[in-house]
Ligand binder design. Sequence first.
Ligand SMILES: Nc1nc2c(c(=O)[nH]1)N[C@H]1C(S)=C(S)[C@@H](COP(=O)(O)OP(=O)(O)OC[C@H]3O[C@@H](n4cnc5c(=O)[nH]c(N)nc54)[C@H](O)[C@@H]3O)O[C@H]1N2
Ligand SMILES: Nc1nc2c(c(=O)[nH]1)N[C@H]1C(S)=C(S)[C@@H](COP(=O)(O)OP(=O)(O)OC[C@H]3O[C@@H](n4cnc5c(=O)[nH]c(N)nc54)[C@H](O)[C@@H]3O)O[C@H]1N2
Ligand code: SF4
Ligand SMILES: [Mo]
Length: 760
Amino acid sequence: MIKLDRRNFLKGAGAGSATCALATMLPGSLAALENAPLQGVGKEVASICEMCSTRCPISARVVDGKNVFITGNKEAKSFGGKVCARGGAGHSLLYDPQRIVNPLKRVGERGEGKWAEISWDEAYEMMATNLNRIKREHGPEAVAFSSKKGSLSGHFFHLAKAFGSPNTFTHGSLCPGAYVIAAKSMFGTKLKRDLGNSKYIINFGHNIYEGINMSETRGMMKAQSERGAKLVVFEPRFSVVADKADEWHAVRPGTDVAVALALCHVLITDKLYDQSFVERYVVGFDAFAAEVKAYTPEWAEGITDVKAKDIRRIAHELSAAAPHAVVDFGHRATFTTEEFDMRRAIFAANVLIGNIERKGGLYLGKKAKTYNKFAGETVAPKLAKPGVEGMPKPTAKRIDQMDKQYTMVWKNGGVYQSILAATLEAKPYQLRGWVMSRTNPMQTMTDRAKVLEALKKMEFVAVCDVYISETAAYADLILPESTYLERDEEIADKSGKNPAYYLRQRVVETIGNTKPSWQIFKEVGDALGLSKFYPWENMETLQLAQMKRDDKALRHIREKGYVSYGKPLMLREPSMVSKFIDTYANARTADDDGTYASALKFKTPSGKIELSSAAVEAFAPGRGVIRYRDAQLKRADELYFIQGKVAVHTNGATHNVPMLANLMADNAVWIHPLTAGRLGISHGDAIRLTSSVGSETSYAMVTPGIRQDTVFAYMGFGSKNKELVRASGKGLHCGNLLPDRTAPVVGMNLHTTGVKVEKV
Ligand SMILES: Nc1nc2c(c(=O)[nH]1)N[C@H]1C(S)=C(S)[C@@H](COP(=O)(O)OP(=O)(O)OC[C@H]3O[C@@H](n4cnc5c(=O)[nH]c(N)nc54)[C@H](O)[C@@H]3O)O[C@H]1N2
Ligand SMILES: Nc1nc2c(c(=O)[nH]1)N[C@H]1C(S)=C(S)[C@@H](COP(=O)(O)OP(=O)(O)OC[C@H]3O[C@@H](n4cnc5c(=O)[nH]c(N)nc54)[C@H](O)[C@@H]3O)O[C@H]1N2
Ligand code: SF4
Ligand SMILES: [Mo]
């Protein structure tokens, strides 16, 4: 037996790749699959994974026209040439006979499960008739368009714009929105974290050994196993990250903001912060310092259950390791209504230790334009965009922009769940149509019952997916997209400390009558009479336009799949700057201290880091300065219900993928032994969770690895859609327990609520 101690885990984790016997994957029944051509497209095709939205660079092996193996693209060093378990299961999705391979039209009642296969022409006709009717009678703004951001959302939102609707939504408010908006309000832009070079990492529920992002996961593994980094974790449950940490503090759900503010309090009060950094780059320090004066570790202990002496010690350790230290700002930012201040308080701690543009800290992405400017030459080509003239300007305001506190939200995907109130209560005006692509709100938005009601009230619903997802089950029309292994897409920017591009390329011939969504939505545009907004022919013309017709450069990217240009650059890191200057003869001259510190500017109104912000105060009065507020997530007689990702599934997406469904089909509820004992619950018992909006049953996993006042479940299970045969009815449906609650300023859909637990 392999002993899974911390060292072994760190060496082995995220090193997965998977094969499968095709014979067992391809039942004879489905003609479309049997008839898939056998000629190969190549032996190893470099492409991009889409088993989750991390979109890692992959290399896919093709034998006799069939994809048999997927691993990481070796060109992409930070990903270690590896994929995770889900990435290795791509062909299990590709060859799943339960995939949809023809457009489907609803023939029974919504959700009844009666479908007719139709031609693409009929599907486009349905789109045109319904969407143009709603537009004629109620204006284009009555149709909402939503899609997971990335890959093909650009084409989808292009259709929305051409159609004239301002109401486009990404998964932003269900996932990263709060930290992106917090970063924009303080730094004017998103920031990245350099976990791999960090010597001290503070982690507030960033679950990256389960909620995997290959390069970040491997970065943290590297920091821990090669650099001996210390990892301090605040988590209500003993996650895999907590298990691999040096310290685990079981923080009370939704109160991380108090810990982060107390860390800032100690950094300032004990004069541990980087005063010269603050003087040079920060505005709003005094107002922040005055506010955090009250946020002592003792105050925080009373709110968070984290010992004051630990908070004090951790602040001292953090500053001793600075600047090669980081307070990780997390990923899914939906723990509390106070996400804006929680993520800002975390960023503030980073600012105080002056780790911006230092190894092991936070940094700004270096895309071609920026990098070339520093180098004084063209190191990386800049990607061009095909110009489209005369796009209509929407005349209506977005449904989530009537309330000015959400000023910063819409460019980051909007308040997705505002579709519910607009549809059900005409707030702020009535929506009547909903077109979706690569999104499954019935599973991933909160309050499933309400989402269902909204879907039923819509005059027209169209969904583009690879399965009849729980949401697609309630559509009028389903548009079957080809899986990522059958698609060509545009060159995508993957720049980090230096520029990098990568490309999704078709690995095998298309199965059935599926199409890539860029093509689907271009053809929908044609059917809607919007052809003039599509001046490109196909993906080939788009890729060439991106590369300004430089055929050679395009071929290079196609051959490698992933191309990185130049060397990593962090502006305040002397060793990196000196290597950079040695490489490029015309590089910008260094400052006296051997860095590019004088070039570090921020796209904020002041050009500096805004620790407190007048701009925020203007659209959200009382929010200019970071402040603690009680989130009130549950009643006293309830338990906190929290969720997280599991390593072998993605959100609400992969539970029907054969290989992954075989690995894990349902989700137990984690509950503390003392709590379980009090409720008469034993390990394995069937239990019921009841919240203000719903009730779900599953079974108990009794474990000391969770707070006594909290229960936990992996998300994405318990689909109530019988078309997802392997997932249907298995486990607990998280979205069915969560009320529809939106956090101020950042518009996040809140994922923590109170539940009552009982034995069934
Ligand atoms: N295997 C796998 N990998 C994935 C995904 C997947 O579905 N599966 N999804 C991808 C996506 S879309 C994302 S956004 C990322 C998500 O990445 P993360 O945000 O890192 O992961 P999650 O598991 O959603 O949630 C984080 C953790 O927060 C804890 N938690 C809950 N409430 C609180 C709280 O109040 N305070 C603290 N400190 N912790 C709390 C949960 O127990 C959980 O362990 O993962 C990505 N990678
Ligand atoms: N309760 C609770 N809710 C959550 C979370 C949580 O932890 N707890 N996590 C949140 C997070 S972090 C996120 S990011 C969201 C994610 O929620 P969503 O944005 O809804 O994303 P997914 O569930 O990843 O996938 C959505 C759909 O994409 C389909 N799909 C997969 N590949 C393709 C493709 O190539 N083309 C097309 N057209 N469709 C495809 C899948 O079949 C699936 O139906 O969920 C959020 N919701
Ligand atoms: S993290 Fe795994 S599933 Fe997600 S893109 Fe990377 S390899 Fe694919
Ligand atoms: Mo996410």
